[in-house]
Design a protein around this ligand. Structure first.
Ligand code: TXA
Ligand code: MG
Length: 405
């Protein structure tokens, strides 16, 4: 599993990458880099001062441990030493690289700075697949501690611009690898427990995990929103997370698109709403003629008008099956009322689950930049597969209000 990466020394990209690796190795200011899941904020995992730099830049609570990134299984084994933990030999049989983080026991006299593990006897290990991440880690030649490169509580960054927006003035270097392929974070699996437990759903599916020798009995170890209460096992899962500035109102699958009165209940008199549509909703631009009903007088005409308006608005967010994936460009719809104009900023993510995962965090960020007062999100069925489960897991954490059927 050893590999080599050759650099064309004459290109500015190489010079920049080598400079970033140098910073990662020597500076206490973390370096942001792309992975196939989300951007990471990396530091030398063996130096406390460097690891503290991550918590400081992100303003992350220090009881939330970091994932340690390696360029190869060989580099991971070097850190673990000749430890006899069965998990370590167990690793041999696994496809360990990609959007997967495996919880391992931290060897005694570990080289990892104690700040990485936040006091736990375990640590999360990940070998990313993104070539820039691998080149950076390989060149720095240290294990790289890295959380997602967002400011704490914000949506994870899936593009270099997201990192710059959150951490401008706090870090010096972002390696720009373009938008991330997967868009949700790695699957975190605790292989030390029996049966192995998935602590966070992510880019690797249950089925893929269960196909690994010894992991056939892998179970779901995270709670979904319906069953809250007990202390979560992955420390990071208890914090406010993935949240844009505007409150997120998540419509679970099975719930019809909101009516005008439902929108009003949630957002009061505010006038600019964000809507993230996925499989079934679509804002229908041809039915945006709405006479906003402000009178409370109960006369007959007004009643029927009101009914029409509410239907009208519900009709705007249509349930459409089989709509072609339109891409994630924002569309602004004007809704003309008698007393005011509403604006609906729609980001259609399409019906393909992989595209929804790729676009969801960027959509929340884009609507924040648009300064919407609230963001309505059309949820997807989390039983549709593990990527769908990962998306809904993030959205339920981001949501201030969850509307269930
Ligand atoms: O895709 C990803 O995993 C990205 C990229 C950058 O690798 N990283 C990421 O890191 O999402 P972060 O810090 O945002 O989330 C790490 C998660 C948290 O929920 C944390 O509590 C959990 O992994 N974790 C880390 N070490 C752990 C440990 N020893 N035991 C249990 N959970 C752990
Ligand atoms: Mg994170």
């Amino acid at each position: 599993d050893s590999f080599s990466i050759s650099f064309d020394e004459s290109t500015p990209d190489t010079a920049n990458l080598l400079k970033a690796a140098e910073q990662l190795k020597n500076s206490d200011i973390p370096v942001a880099f792309p992975t196939e899941t989300v951007y990471g904020l990396g530091a030398d995992a063996t130096r406390s001062a460097a690891v503290n730099g991550i918590y400081k830049a992100k303003q992350r609570p220090s009881d939330n441990p970091l994932i340690v990134h390696f360029a190869s299984l060989e580099q991971l084994r070097k850190l673990l030493g000749p430890d006899s933990d069965p998990m370590h030999s167990h690793l041999k049989g696994h496809a360990t690289d990609g959007p997967l983080t495996i919880i391992l026991s931290n060897p005694t006299n570990s080289l990892l700075a104690p700040e990485v593990t936040a006091g736990l006897g375990t640590f999360g290990a990940r070998i990313p697949r993104n070539i820039l991440a691998l080149a950076l880690i390989k060149q720095a030649d240290v294990p790289v501690a890295a959380p997602s490169a967002n400011a704490s509580t914000k949506p994870s960054p899936t593009a270099a611009e997201h990192v710059a927006y959150d951490l401008d003035g706090r870090i010096e270097t972002i390696i720009d690898g373009g938008p991330c392929d997967v868009g949700v974070e790695s699957t975190v699996v605790d292989g030390l427990s029996n049966p192995p437990l998935v602590l966070r759903p992510g880019g690797v599916s249950m089925e893929q995990l269960r196909s690994c020798p010894g992991w056939e009995a892998t179970q779901v170890g995270y709670k979904n929103a319906a069953e809250q209460g007990s202390q979560p096992k992955a420390p990071g899962m208890k914090y406010r997370h993935y949240s844009p500035k505007a409150p997120v109102i998540l419509y679970e699958i099975g719930k019809a698109a909101p009516t005008l009165s439902e929108l009003r209940d949630h957002v009061g008199p505010q006038k600019k709403l964000g809507v993230v549509t996925t499989k079934r909703w679509r804002v229908n631009p041809s039915s945006t003629e709405i006479n906003e009903q402000t009178s409370t007088s109960p006369d007959k005409t007004k009643h029927s008008e009101r009914a029409n308006h509410e239907e009208g608005f519900a009709g705007m967010l249509q349930s459409l099956h089989g709509t072609p994936d339109p891409g994630a460009a924002m569309q602004i719809h004007q809704v003309q009322g008698t007393h005011s104009t509403w604006q609906l900023a729609e980001i259609p993510l399409g019906s393909n689950i992989a595209s929804i995962a790729r676009g969801i965090f960027a959509a929340l960020r884009e609507l924040d930049r648009e300064q919407v007062d609230a963001i309505f999100v059309e949820g997807i069925d989390d039983l549709e597969g593990d990527t769908a489960a990962a998306v809904m897991n993030r959205l339920r954490k981001a949501a201030e209000i969850k509307v269930v059927g």
